[in-house]
Design a protein around this ligand. Sequence first.
Ligand SMILES: Cc1ncc(COP(=O)(O)O)c(C=O)c1O
Length: 350
Amino acid sequence: MNFISDNTAGASPRVMSALAAANEGPAAGYGADDWSRRVEERFGALFEREVAAFLVTTGTAANALALASLVRPWGAVLTHRESHVVEDECGAPEFFSDGAKLIELPGTGAKLTAATVTEALDHRQPGSFHNVQPQALSITQATACGTVYTPAEVRALRDASQARGLAFHMDGARFANAVASLGCSPAEITWKAGIDVLSFGGTKNGAWAAEAVIFFDKAMAEEMTWRRKRAGQTLSKGRFLGAQFEGLLAQDHWLDLARHANAQARRLSEAVAAGDKARLAWPVEANEVFIILPPALHATLQAAGVRYHPWSTRSLAPENALQPGEILARFVMSFATDPAEVTRLIALIG
Ligand SMILES: Cc1ncc(COP(=O)(O)O)c(C=O)c1O
């Protein structure tokens, strides 16, 4: 029963078939192949407008290069203090932006509010050479806590930041889970709500190693060709990146995979909510379930071989604070999660 992460799963068989099919015959190098070209068109159809799509191999590269495109070295990115760009990218956004600063903001369930962003911007002096200049806002969808921003919430964040000239980035490592959860169109939760650049996650969704940086305004993508190459992310056999997305996007496979993961998370969360052994840290809106475990239940799960991550309590609402001995644990469902394993977990925890 391994619920450590959604990267413990391999790749979806359809992605592997697409990779095998792309293995036949010669193809142009460095992203000039038919697969990469077709994928950009497919992203255009998916988002209902022309986009510039740059394929890379990791979410860290996607985020760091996206943000580097949006801010200057003396610029700053406002983001949640538990976001992946702050906590888990070893300084890559700062490195690739030649030193731009990440300004960490609080928020329950790893979500930012318009009020928090406004307050952070009011606190800073536009134009002062003493201060870094906020030039981008970055949110995570679904968030590090498995919560999801609605289109109205994204629009409110856009309103709070756009008037001050900030560009708007979305880290969509779990974008598929968010779209499957919201039931809205990919366009509605991105550019129609004010997002300029999206890191579209493929890997957690069922790819082997593929992420896409999607620019909704092509003018913002002008430097990206060079940025990606400089970062060592322009694959000479780029067809294999394009092929993975072809496998994911065909017949909405990406959404079916995400729906499966979300459904397993929902089953677990409903069982926890209905029982009296443990409690949920915040609403379960995608494929991650955060559970506050009393010590005895934690010991029972460990003894039964259930694997999960302890998690930071910084985004807990004060009224949900841990009691002595309790731990906050993260259980992640993927496209490959076996429903029978969730049933076994529910028998222990529900
Ligand atoms: C929110 C978020 N963004 C981005 C990533 C991608 O990171 P990686 O560089 O490991 O592909 C992850 C993976 O854990 C993530 O959870």
